[in-house]
Design a protein around this ligand. Structure first.
Ligand code: NCD
Length: 322
């Protein structure tokens, strides 16, 4: 039974993407996360719902905040957490992804958290190992916990995001954060706008359920929130922007640029942030506007909620299949 007074069991044993979630799933995740957020502000943060379970964080791409966030989430729920990162993984020694998956499965983990540069990698691990898996970013495809923590942050400010106008600005082409956020914001009936130079917008962006803009002032008109993204050079084949200075002049967020937005327009960034390029320091650090640190704090709570919910579901499955 959910706190909202209806009976609905979270049905997923993996979280591979936002697609596949319905509004009730999101509501259950947010209710859980709200409780974890409160507990995380206390001195004693330690729960025991994942006690006895082993969580492996398998990161084939560099990460600071997402890895730390998943590690803290697992530990605060009492799981034994092991991090494998690309630098020391056998994949560097020529092992195939399938061999890595089978080797890890033989260690009998209960939860996998996977980040990889290839779309579909987390699904591959889930299918091959049968272990409950969270996608922590697969190429430019999906990053569902990031979208959940972003929308959770907005929901806590506004009550709900339905009917709100939100712009996502920058390197949409290479961004799994943008893809997952557009899906989730659409699911919850927000109006989503995408803005960036044509070279950084996917060819099919107009079919994402968002309105596409190339002019930042037009995109920001009437917006309740704007999320700006880093230029993801590591995912670019060639130079898709002329220079950082020119990019900053056209698409960098500043206090002045927000003039056409709602007076209380919030400013978001998933991090890592390049100050002076996609956002000025003054705006990133503006306590009235910036939600950046709230997003990081929400991230741990959201990941705790997701790990707990999928672990409960996979536990049920184990019981009925001896
Ligand atoms: C993002 C990612 O890795 O997709 N970062 C994150 O998870 N906080 C965005 C990025 O790399 O720019």
């Amino acid at each position: 039974m959910s706190e909202a007074g209806f009976s609905y069991a979270f049905p997923h044993r993996d979280l591979l993407g936002v697609s596949g979630l319905n509004p009730l799933d999101v509501r259950i995740i947010f209710e859980r996360a709200e409780r974890h957020l409160a507990r995380n502000a206390e001195r004693d943060k330690k729960g025991s719902s994942l006690k006895g379970l082993t969580q492996i964080n398998l990161f084939f791409e560099a990460s600071t905040r997402t890895l730390a966030s998943f590690e803290l989430a697992g530990k605060r729920l009492g799981a034994d957490v092991v991090n494998f990162s690309a630098g020391n993984a056998s994949i560097k020694k020529g092992e195939s992804l399938a061999d890595t998956a089978e080797t890890l499965a033989a260690m009998r983990p209960d939860l996998l958290v996977v980040r990889h540069s290839s779309p579909g990698a987390a699904k591959f691990f889930s299918e091959l190992t049968g272990v409950s898996t969270v996608n922590a970013g697969d190429g430019a495809h999906e990053h569902p916990t990031q979208a959940l923590l972003d929308v959770f942050t907005l929901t806590r400010r506004w009550g709900e995001i339905g009917g709100r106008r939100i712009a996502i600005v920058g390197d949409i082409l290479h961004s799994r954060v943008a893809r997952s956020n557009v899906s989730l914001m659409n699911l919850l009936n927000a109006e989503v706008r995408l803005c960036g130079p044509a070279t950084l917008l996917p060819a099919d962006a107009d079919r994402w359920g968002a309105t596409v803009f190339h002019d930042l002032d037009a995109a920001l008109e009437g917006c309740d929130a704007v999320m700006t993204l880093r230029i993801q050079r590591e995912r670019m084949a060639g130079g898709l922007i002329p220079s950082e200075r020119e990019y900053a002049a056209l698409y960098g967020l500043t206090h002045d640029r927000l003039e056409t937005a709602q007076p209380d327009c919030l400013v978001m960034h998933p991090g890592p942030m390049n100050r002076g390029v996609e956002i000025t320091s003054a705006l990133a650090d503006d306590p009235e506007r910036s939600t950046i640190l709230d997003q990081v704090e929400a991230g741990v709570a959201i990941r705790m909620a997701v790990l707990e919910l999928i672990a409960e579901r996979s536990g049920e499955r184990t019981e009925i299949t001896p």
